[in-house]
Design a protein around this ligand. Structure first.
Ligand code: GUN
Length: 292
């Protein structure tokens, strides 16, 4: 049986560390880390995510403000709000929850966030910094994946990593982080020929497809580490990942459960990014040169 990678416990430890460091920042600089979360529309899953981010922020001793705008908000009204948040010195991190309504151009919005406040790491400047190996803000879900691997003492160096999914939020940055940790990385997607054969080669599998139980247990190489990013609700109400958990856990060396694996890590890493943004803002205010 596989070692179950307990994301809930690792996330709790990260959150406790972030809370202690946030308290120290307040004590030493008077700066309270502040996150602004922007939610447009009424997607129920997004509303749950946003509520959880807001609560986690407060629990870590940070300030959090949620701006909930109606679904018919114009792109220019959203850009106006972002300009105000960019200029607000009490706001260190800005997160626009995705997906946005169809009439709003996502790229235009993400580019309007001050890169120094882009705690999601989605601004092209931060994507570029990550790509060249000088990360400023690492997107929270991929950051959570590598933190989980570290907590389980899994060193990707020299291993074959297969990332299934090529999204800007998870697949691409996860592949880069594994590459920077010296894994041999393959990125698979909907057009990949013979996906099972590629996955069978993997020492580390990252499944970020968004399809329930699409990765079958008999695709997993014995002893492989399986990171399941999927959160899918079945018609019977059960939450499952992108991997067939029962079958995969019989062959894997380690595997993340759903729920309780990658999910809790995402929020923890967002808090970590918000703390880092506040730290940098406090250092800039104190006259220290900005890095990077
Ligand atoms: N939607 C799904 N995942 C994310 C995320 O990590 N950040 C934001 N802003 N929206 C998301």
């Amino acid at each position: 049986m596989a070692n179950i990678l307990n994301g809930k416990a690792v996330a709790q430890a990260v959150r406790a560390r972030v809370a202690a460091e946030a308290a120290a920042l307040v004590r030493t600089t008077g700066v309270t880390p502040g996150l602004a979360v922007v939610l447009v529309g009424d997607d129920p899953a997004s509303a749950v995510y946003v509520r959880n981010k807001d609560r986690a922020c407060r629990e870590a001793g940070m300030a959090s403000t949620t701006h909930h705008l109606p679904a018919d908000t114009s792109e220019s009204a959203l850009l106006d709000l972002l300009a105000r948040l960019n200029a607000d010195r009490t706001v260190h991190g800005i997160l626009v929850q995705l997906p946005l309504p169809k009439h709003i151009r996502e790229a235009r919005v993400l580019e309007a966030i001050d890169p120094a406040k882009d705690v999601d790491g989605f601004h092209p400047e931060n994507v570029g910094l990550l790509t060249i190996g000088r990360p400023r803000f690492v997107p929270a879900t991929p950051a959570g994946i590598v933190a989980l691997l570290e907590a389980a003492a899994v060193d990707p160096a020299g291993r074959r990593a297969v990332v299934i999914g090529r999204s800007n939020i998870v697949g691409k940055p996860a592949a880069l982080l594994l590459l920077h940790r010296h894994a041999t990385v393959t990125v698979c997607h909907s057009r990949t020929a013979d996906l099972p054969a590629v996955v069978r080669e993997a020492d580390i599998v990252v499944a970020a497809i968004g399809k329930p139980q699409a990765v079958k247990g008999d695709w997993i190489k014995p002893g492989a580490v399986v990171i399941d990013v999927g959160i899918n609700r079945l018609p019977d109400g059960r939450l499952v990942g992108d991997v067939e958990f029962e079958a995969a856990s019989r062959v894997a060396g380690a595997i993340t459960p759903v729920p309780g694996g990658v999910g809790p890590m995402t929020i923890a890493m967002l808090l970590d990014n918000t703390l880092a943004a506040a730290r940098r803002a406090a250092a800039v205010a104190a006259g220290v040169k900005d890095t990077p």
